[in-house]
Design a protein around this ligand. Sequence first.
Ligand code: BES
Ligand code: MN
Ligand code: MN
Length: 459
Amino acid sequence: MNIQEVKDYIENHKERFINELVELLKIPSVSADSAYDSETKRCANHVKQSLLDVGVDFAEVCPTAGHAIVYAEKINDPTKPTILVYGHYDVQPADPVSLWSSPPFDPVIKDGKIFARGSADDKGQFYMHVKAFEILSNLGELPCNVKFMIEGEEEVGSSNLGLFVKENKEKLKADVIVISDTSIIDNDTPSITVGLRGLSYVEVEVTGPSKDLHSGVYGGAVDNPVNVLCEMIASLKDENNAITVEGFYDKVEVVSDEDRAAMAEAPFNKQDYLDAVGVKATRTENGYSDREGTSIRPTLDVNGIWGGYIGEGAKTVLPSKAYAKISMRLVPHQEPDEITALFKSHFEKIAPPSVKVKVTAHHGGEPVVIPTDNPGYKAASRAMELTFGKKPIPERGGGSIPIVALFEKELGLKSILMGFGLDSDDIHSPDEHYGIFNYLKGIETIPYFHKFFEEESAK
Ligand code: BES
Ligand code: MN
Ligand code: MN
């Protein structure tokens, strides 16, 4: 296998590669919304068929208590190392659909990008592995055995994948896991994600009077839960933009000055960053850069807040209840259950006696760090260096893929996070898109990951 053969194959088949992705993107596999369950199921079958089409030994749709997991494998030579590819075929809800420039499940190609929900997260990215496998098969070179595990519940917390992994350890036996579900710095600056943040997610309910009251008759004496919730939330950050939950930072890993200096080497254009998100300034925890704020430091963000009257016109009401959904992104060595417990007791403690509060935990996830001194990382680094012409920079990502920590625990395997997206792909947002350059570059790079993984494992 040489770079020209791979390039030629892609050049000769790229229209079809793009069309196949377009077909996959037309299926609205929204895992969070049961109205789409039959589409999500159809998507699983579609993924299974796409794997059979490229010559796996077998492929199956494995039912779970939730959405199915697609599993496939090609065991070419049991003496060779095995690569387990993980990805997700489920997508985030598309709403608010009115903010999309084109329908989310009717893919449009514009300015070298495919616009559709799931294009970058994660259909376009896991499908690169399917097409890279096609190339390897057709060039008659499979340096490694390959297993595919493509799930349908990543966007809703992967709650059934954990059980599947525990029950199928033998089947999932591999030497490395590779995941393309993250970003590179930019198209001229390849990077490999070496850390993901964890997550603690809570919903809070603040109750004041037992029912909605007249805000004139009672306002001024009976406390208002919406006001109280706002005060409580405001107090969760101090004047340094640090989180005030007691004990929150106790286990936070202190990153060395040397590592921070190395991270600061990565290119970052502040004005482009501001323009891309449409703000005039950022606000970080004192003493930390923007990039550090989104990688090595934990966060606390309100994801949604509601309560009281939000209909047309004005209604003078003193509401009975107020709610918020709050997420905390965690860094090593914070533990999600512990952080959730700390949040709960802090939140209960700061509530004034005029209200009652209830804190409910949602799914969480542990943070991860990926070492760079192993065959998987080295193979990914060599493959990207070859196809981008530049050595990739190891970089910590701000998002979460909670199942990565579980893979380590249950399978004893580190994951290699070799994603090809861009932070500007608008994942989870209206107008999500994936660059054709990125899609094809991934398809070009992955065959070399296989080749170099075999070489690095033999060393
Ligand atoms: N692919 C993302 C995670 C991601 C994106 C990591 C960009 C690094 C860079 C994944 O699909 C995702 O959205 N994860 C959720 C996890 C949650 C649903 C438990 C997240 O990060 O919010
Ligand atoms: Mn994803
Ligand atoms: Mn996602």
